[in-house]
Design a protein around this ligand. Sequence first.
Ligand code: SF4
Length: 328
Amino acid sequence: MNLQKTETGKFIIKLDATAFARSVCFRKFWLSTIDGYRPALWPIDIEFGNSFHIFSKELEISNGDLIKSIIPAQKYFQETPMLSKGLSKSFLNVEYLTEVCTKYFNEVYHNDPFVTFRYEGKAFVEMNFAIPIETTELAEYVLCGTIDRIGTVGKQGPLAFLDYKSTGKYAKSATEYFARYLFNTQIITYAFALTHIVNHFPDHPLAILKAYIPCAFIQGIFIPSGSTIEFKRSNMIQPTLTQLDMWREELYKLIHKIDAALKEIKNLDGYYVPAEGLFSGACIQGFTPCEYHGSCCAPDPRASEWILKNNFLSTSYNPLRFNDKNKT
Ligand code: SF4
């Protein structure tokens, strides 16, 4: 285990939408979130998206200073070690990043109906949240995440949030692409977090915005290889109360499962985390194997552990350190 502890010696378990998605197999969840095993490098398309996020954040903070916003994005992309997956992604270079950012500035930024919320001069972009949600005998559970942009549609609209997604798909398939976010772990996690903040923290700046359930928008950045860069935005996505209730129920089921596993470790001096993916089919999704597939295929636990230790970094899982993913 690679977990931080509170002053009273309880484990701090940070849960976010990525951790929830991994809970489709408890071993996958455990290896990433509790043991903190993660790849040493991230693929180039992920880092390209991260660079665009840096640009869009700076653009809001600087009130539309294009040059000031592009420079940190270029610097991040040029200086971050990453995995280049062969020639099919070779178009993702710094010149292309500059082109995407400039095109976004010209085509979207100036005509954007989404108004970023500002409080005392601070733009609500890349907003981290860390909400304590449960305390047990062994652990403190904290719901974490980073929301790209928070604001309203028009100046008077209700609370909403926007998430940037870059994809190699063509913009003509945007409707199909956006459909996956209608019923989505990340969207509902953020909707829950914002609802919670607005309802439980009356002094929080966001509490002045009206919110039944906050709605979401996906800002698609369509960058298919060798084709035109296009930007499209989804229609409003609003989770229902029933969906939020179902999500909350699953959250507490997961917390109980983690707590039971922590007790097993304490009592049994060693705990074999069930490889549920072998049953649920999570080991191979589509044609893509789970990142821990090599370790799980090993003939015995010692070999499995050796593969993990030699192929992954192990650091305390911290979903709030988005730009530090490559640092130990
Ligand atoms: S390879 Fe399968 S069993 Fe192993 S962690 Fe991944 S999903 Fe779970």
